[in-house]
Design a protein around this ligand. Structure first.
Ligand code: DAU
Length: 345
């Protein structure tokens, strides 16, 4: 694996993966291809900006000509696709961008990879394609029942990639990960939103009764899992990635206010997200059989993350005063943000 293209490499998970590759593979050239939308940020890659084996290309995965040109220019062997619209609430407000990037964009990558005989196209998918599971856990062979435009778009893109593997023999691998958290996560997602609000003594808006369950995986464990599949996974296969560290949203919100020495009263129950999935959970036997297991406990990853947001206010304050405000105003108008009582009391 010498020449790797990381699409969406300026995003939260993509940028962690880029740093991981540069640190672990001394012979690998890493080319980041990123549209630099609101969530893709060059600041996320500041620490590798001058690295001799790092290159940056500003481009959108929906642009076939640009993708092809980049693959040729850098003699790319492997593509890892992190590029995606990822935020469920935004997909409810504005599904258009999700269908474009998460479905059409994947189609473009498949076409380009096929035309240029790329050795591997690894696609980052999500546990949300399965839909909610109140008990037990999903295996890779379980069916799809996505509930949001985001999850449905990811399901569509993934199925398209699978079809290229079956129809054209494109060497595709896919991973479906659980909620991933850590430094550099855009503060629209629950954990960084809650931390940054709590630092500023602002309310932590908890949807519905706050009893929804998510499994939380530290970002570098996600990067290691993707690397494991690239190194030892079988072409044509799908692998679940999970930490098996389930927590309700209210537990996480309480941990955050406690860690920052803030009062519980900052936690406010607000109107629920439409079609809010109650729980996701994945079986990871297949990935563990390749030798991967998470190395970061929630306690450790959580305190590292809180520490990072405390120290890196230079990173998140400009974000929270920009486009972000407009997004929240639109969300408020669409859904209302009146605090409501938790269900059952
Ligand atoms: O499960 C994997 C998925 O995790 C990824 O595919 C998505 O890209 C990623 O956004 C994430 O989806 P979630 O919807 O689970 O993440 P989010 O951080 O938006 O929300 C986590 C939980 O917290 C969810 O149950 C909704 C709740 N929540 C979220 C926000 C933003 C709140 O209660 N209040 C909030 O303000």
């Amino acid at each position: 694996m010498r020449q790797v293209l990381v699409t969406g490499g300026a995003g939260f998970m993509g940028s962690d993966f880029v740093k991981y590759l540069l640190a672990h593979y001394p012979d690998t050239q890493v080319v980041v291809y990123d549209a630099l939308t609101y969530a893709g940020r060059k600041e996320n890659l500041a620490e590798v900006a001058d690295h001799p084996r790092y290159h940056f290309v500003h481009g959108n995965i929906c642009d076939l000509a640009k993708v092809r040109e980049t693959l040729e220019r850098y003699a790319i062997e492997v593509i890892v696709n992190f590029a995606a619209e990822t935020h469920v609430d935004r997909s409810i407000l504005d599904p258009d961008a999700f269908v474009k990037t998460d479905v059409y964009g994947v189609y473009v990558l498949c076409e380009a990879a096929k035309a240029l005989k790329i050795q591997r196209l690894h696609h980052i998918s999500t546990d949300e394609v399965y839909g909610p599971i109140p008990q037990g856990s999903f295996k890779e062979t379980d069916g799809f029942r996505p509930t949001s435009p985001y999850a449905a778009s990811k399901a569509g893109g993934e199925l398209l990639a699978q079809s290229y593997a079956i129809t054209y023999g494109l060497p595709v691998t896919i991973t479906r990960g659980v909620n991933t958290y850590g430094p550099y996560q855009y503060p629209e997602k629950a954990i960084p939103l809650f931390i940054t609000n709590a630092i500023d003594d602002l309310p932590l808006p908890l949807y519905g009764d706050g009893m929804q369950v998510r499994d939380r995986l530290y970002v570098t464990d996600h990067s290691r899992a993707v690397d494991t599949v690239l190194q030892r996974g079988q072409v044509g296969e799908v692998y679940n990635i999970a930490a098996n560290q389930e927590k309700t949203n209210i537990e996480v919100a309480r941990m955050i206010v406690e860690a920052l020495g803030k009062p519980d009263s900052l936690i406010q129950f607000v109107t629920d997200r439409p079609a809010h999935d109650v729980r996701y959970a994945l079986d990871t036997e297949k990935l563990r059989a390749l030798g991967w297991e998470p190395q970061t406990s929630f306690a450790e990853g959580f305190s590292r993350t809180i520490q990072w947001y405390r120290e890196r206010q230079d990173w998140w304050r400009p974000i929270k005063s920009g486009e972000y405000r407009d997004y929240y105003r639109r969300q408020y108008e669409a859904r209302g943000a009146k605090p409501s009582e938790p269900a059952g009391g």
